[in-house]
Write a protein that binds this ligand. Structure first.
Ligand code: PHE
Length: 345
């Protein structure tokens, strides 16, 4: 009798199924708890004839093990199913997750840094919030120079008694020159990338902040020829070996003589197009020999040393390389624009 009942339960147990953890627990209570079916068999076990006890005992044990194994198996299944349901996150980025891209300005800035580091320049960086002394005064700007005017420079804090103590957002990376020369003696050969600010209305062609890379070389016997050769090498590395350069006389307070450098338009190859206003040339940087007044103001003996400096706009170079028609795209973080540079580095 009892053996039949055990066989019946064995069959029942091995065919058990459950939808979720709650149902599994119900089955566990039904078969394996103190008041469950298997314990009930134990109660009957006492009334069994002694010579049968061994066989029946073994059978009950087999039933119990089968039930435990089955319940564990069902519990595991239910848990995995529950875990899968909990994982359902409708806000998660769908697979495949796309890798981010480098910003085009970062790509071009890194290109510039790489080219100059191959020529022996090292990196130096200066502050974006600085004082008048380092942004203008030490760089030989006259006290009434228009760049100090509210029109161009963002002032953070005015000092009514001493203009050199005015705090402002730098309008060019040339402040890196004053900081570096103050703290280092020649030979100096540095490249300084950074963000600069000017009080301009935002449009496709102008922005209130943009990026520059400054270069500074100071040593004994540095001449304009060295400057020209370094810039020619840069232009050819950046825009290709056929690139031509031309230097036009210009004026900067901190360099004498000063020049602006054009490269042959790499969009039309110098033939003339909308981008170069049909001249075949595009301006990419300002440069010149460091004015002796600047060297002296920064504690460098101008009777022993000379140097050159140059500064270029990263946006401008990026436009030339990638033809970005609207400057505002650089700071809008529109993913459709940024993804166009996925393969650019
Ligand atoms: N600071 C100048 C500018 O912002 C560029 C420049 C740098 C010119 C160094 C000469 C030497 O336009």
């Amino acid at each position: 009798m009892i053996l039949d009942r055990i066989d019946e339960l064995l069959k029942e147990v091995s065919e058990l199924s459950a939808q979720n953890a709650e149902e599994v627990e119900k089955l566990r209570l039904k078969y394996l708890s103190k008041k469950g079916e298997i314990n009930a068999l134990m109660a009957d076990f006492r009334n069994i004839a002694a010579d049968q006890k061994k066989t029946v005992g073994m059978k009950i044990n087999e039933l119990k093990q089968t039930a435990i194994a089955k319940i564990n198996e069902l519990r595991e299944q239910a848990e995995t199913a529950d875990a899968e349901n909990d994982d359902l996150d409708l806000t998660r980025t769908p697979y495949p997750i796309r890798l981010g891209t480098r910003h085009p300005l970062t790509i071009v800035k890194n290109d510039i840094i790489n080219i100059f580091s191959r020529m022996g320049f090292t990196l130096a960086e200066g502050p974006e919030v600085d004082d008048d002394l380092h942004v203008f005064t030490k760089l030989n700007f006259a006290a009434d120079h228009p760049a100090r005017d509210m029109q161009d420079t963002f002032f953070v804090e005015m000092n009514p008694n001493d203009v050199t103590k005015n705090i402002l957002l730098r309008s060019h990376t040339s402040n890196d020159q004053s900081h570096y020369m103050e703290t280092h003696q020649p030979p100096i050969r540095v490249i300084c990338p950074g963000r600069v600010y000017r009080n301009e209305a935002i449009s496709a062609r102008a922005h209130c902040f943009f990026h520059q890379v400054e270069g500074l070389y100071v040593d004994k016997g540095v001449s304009f020829t060295d400057l020209k050769q370094v810039l020619l090498t840069f232009a050819r590395e950046m825009f290709g070996p056929d690139t031509k350069i031309r230097l036009r006389p210009s004026y900067f307070p901190f360099t004498e003589p000063s020049a602006e450098m054009d490269i042959s338009c790499n969009i039309c190859g110098g033939k003339g197009c909308g981008f170069c206003k049909h001249t075949g040339w595009v301006e990419i940087l300002g440069c010149g020999m460091v004015d002796p007044n600047v060297l002296e103001a920064c504690g460098i003996d101008s009777s022993v040393y000379s140097g050159y400096a140059f500064g270029m706009g990263v946006e401008r170079i990026t436009n030339l390389k990638y033809r970005v028609s609207d400057l505002r795209m650089f700071s809008e973080n529109d993913c459709r624009f940024l993804r166009e540079f996925e393969s650019a580095y």
